[in-house]
Design a binder for this molecule. Structure first.
Ligand SMILES: [Zn+2]
Length: 141
């Protein structure tokens, strides 16, 4: 094992020990951190006390959640957060897929059942039939 790997392993173990019995950073925690970071960057330019207070609150909240020993309550919060943001997260996943396959495919969401439909690109105007509910709609691919 080389030095970097050894160091990484050690850090990982230290971190695991550190968060042992604590909630650690879950999806809600990562989102809070990310938003806090964005606020911090915005405030480098805006220099607004309101943004600063928001940043402190968000960052404090995410630290509180990471250190919390009430894991079941934090878990419930995280689950609630995940279900509340399900629509947005699905949309982001779709955008990622669309970007990855941008040269060969297009993705559509069925209006009646929200099924994701993949269609080859460059077929012109075609009628698309949803494989799940049978809804038909016309799109340019
Ligand atoms: Zn459908």
């Amino acid at each position: 094992m080389d030095k970097m790997k050894q160091f990484g392993y050690l850090m990982q173990r230290k971190l695991a020990q550190f968060f042992n019995g604590r909630n650690g950073i879950d999806s809600l925690g990562w989102t809070c951190n990310l938003v806090a970071l964005v606020l911090l960057i915005i405030n480098l330019f805006a220099n607004s006390p309101v943004i600063y207070i928001l940043w402190v609150a968000l960052f404090g909240y995410s630290v509180f959640r990471a250190y919390s020993r009430n894991i079941s309550k934090r878990y419930a919060e995280n689950q609630k957060f995940l279900s509340m943001t399900e629509g947005i997260r699905r949309r982001i996943r779709l955008l990622k897929l669309q970007w990855r396959d941008r040269s060969v495919s297009r993705y559509y969401i069925c209006k009646s059942c929200h099924q994701q439909i993949r269609v080859p690109k460059g077929k012109g105007r075609i009628e698309i039939r949803c494989p799940k509910c049978g809804e038909r709609f016309i799109r340019k691919t």
